[in-house]
Design a protein around this ligand. Structure first.
Ligand code: SF4
Length: 455
């Protein structure tokens, strides 16, 4: 294999295979800093010596990207995980609950030692898709990576390299961040924007509220009297440590829990008093019909609307837009001739009009109330509309900025610090980026893609 020299565009340094390994170590060096040092091979020559001291390493469940970081107590002996337990602190209470791991975190040892897990470098020996591989040494793997990466950069430039979002284990040290750092040190790579998880809610929320921090602290759910879990399934996907625990506590405290979801999810079964199935993708029609009922039943919070809202009716239209269609106009069908009634929504959503009417009255009159939006609804074309519809219901009922209420939208919590801190990967000298969803298109027809595709 030819030992090519790769010129680093950002520094002018030429890099040979030996230096490539050095830069790779630099990029990933802190991998060996904090964290848990354990063998990934349960059958390696490292076997547990019962005479050796057992260590308990307290760490966080890292890799499922549920939004939580539950406490894991990893028992380690001679480099082998012997078992994993979770938070068992005494004196657990709602203000400082145990950070108890779910079954995914507790079973992490099985993932670590799973026989199908890749433990050594493999190189493909057959055609793509044939699943033929052979094991190679780490030295050979470094040679091959150096040869391939330097060849691509020399021939096509750094923008022909891409580190996909969400690749690998989603942790700070094992995921895409060290790879991004390596590529940044090598002159950069094709970037991306937007996210698989929050594509629309991340954009729509600040256009409504001016901030992404629209959530109350979860302990505050104890103050709520009514919680609509809309397309949200915390019993399964968690959405952060203890979400389902806090919902259960709120229910114990007297809150009524209603789950709107096409699927009878574990949350619908385990957490909710009532499950309302809805035809997928029709949530905005359901919410609009709720608004129709709330307006016609005079259940709007007019003081809050006048004080804090813009665009609800002709008295709250922004300057310069007085003659445009207001939200109230749209819901009542003043201009398009289509009142968004429960009967109108029933044909779209498959939810009986009487159910829509009842849920609207319950939500608007059982204050304070929460309408918590899941993310599945907004992962589609026009997904921002369901975010706007949910936030508008919270606004017209005055459930924003009060204990036990909830503004909807992305619902980050103020004062909680950053969602996480990521491995420092440096800045990317390549300024071209693609929408996160289009990387497979970029592989197949990269030369054809241009600004009209969002590049
Ligand atoms: S709730 Fe999330 S962070 Fe906690 S153990 Fe489960 S997957 Fe890990």
């Amino acid at each position: 294999m030819q030992d090519k020299k790769l010129k680093l565009p950002s520094s002018g340094i030429s890099i040979d295979r030996r230096n490539f390994i050095k830069w790779t170590s630099l990029a990933t060096g802190t991998l060996l800093g904090p964290g848990v040092f354990v063998s990934c091979d349960r059958n390696s020559s490292d076997t547990v010596d019962p005479g050796r001291e057992e260590w308990i390493i307290r760490t966080a469940c890292p890799a499922h990207n549920c939004g939580g970081r539950c406490l894991l107590k990893v028992y380690e002996q001679n480099g082998i995980i012997t078992r994993i337990e979770t938070d068992d602190r005494q004196g657990d209470d709602i203000s400082d609950p145990q950070l108890r791991a779910c079954i995914r975190g507790r079973s992490y040892r099985k993932r670590q030692y799973h026989p199908d897990r890749l433990k050594y470098p493999l190189v493909r020996t057959g055609e793509r898709g044939e699943a033929k591989f052979k094991r190679i040494s780490w030295d050979e793997a470094y040679d091959l990576m150096h040869y391939k990466i330097s060849g691509v950069i020399e021939k096509y430039g750094n923008s022909a390299i891409h580190v996909p979002y969400g690749t690998g284990s989603y942790t700070n040290t094992n995921g895409r961040w060290p790879a991004a750092r390596l590529m940044n040190l090598l002159g950069g790579s094709l970037g991306f924007y937007n996210s698989y998880s929050w594509a629309c809610i991340n954009i729509a929320t600040p256009t409504i509220f001016g901030t992404l921090e629209t959530g109350n602290q979860r302990q505050d759910w104890m103050n709520s009297r009514y919680i609509l879990m809309w397309g949200w399934n915390p019993a399964e996907m968690k959405d952060g440590t203890n979400s389902d625990y806090f919902i259960r506590k709120a229910r114990d405290n007297g809150a009524r829990i209603v789950c709107v979801d096409p699927r009878m999810s574990p949350s619908a079964v385990a957490l909710a008093d009532e499950w309302i199935p809805v035809r997928p993708g029709t949530d905005v029609a359901f919410m609009s019909a709720m608004a129709w009922v709330i307006i016609n039943e005079n259940l709007t919070d007019n003081e809050f609307i006048e004080r804090c809202c813009s665009g609800f009716d002709k008295t709250t239209m922004p300057a310069g837009y007085e003659n445009e269609e207001s939200y109230r106009d749209y819901i009542l069908g003043t201009r398009d001739g289509i009142p968004k009634t429960p009967e109108w929504a029933e044909k779209i959503t498959a939810v009986p009009a009487s159910t829509i009417r009842r849920i609207a009255i319950e939500y608007a009159s059982t204050r304070p109330a929460i309408l918590y939006q899941g993310y599945g609804m907004q992962r589609r074309a026009y997904g921002e509309q369901v975010v706007r519809a949910g936030a508008t219901l919270a606004a017209i009922t005055g459930n924003i900025g009060i204990p036990g209420g909830w503004a909807s939208g992305l619902a980050n919590q103020a004062g909680g610090g950053p969602f996480w801190t990521v491995f420092p990967s440096g800045s990317n000298p390549v300024k071209v980026s693609i929408p996160v969803f289009l990387w497979t298109e970029a592989v197949i027809r990269g030369k054809e893609l241009g600004p009209e595709h969002g590049l």
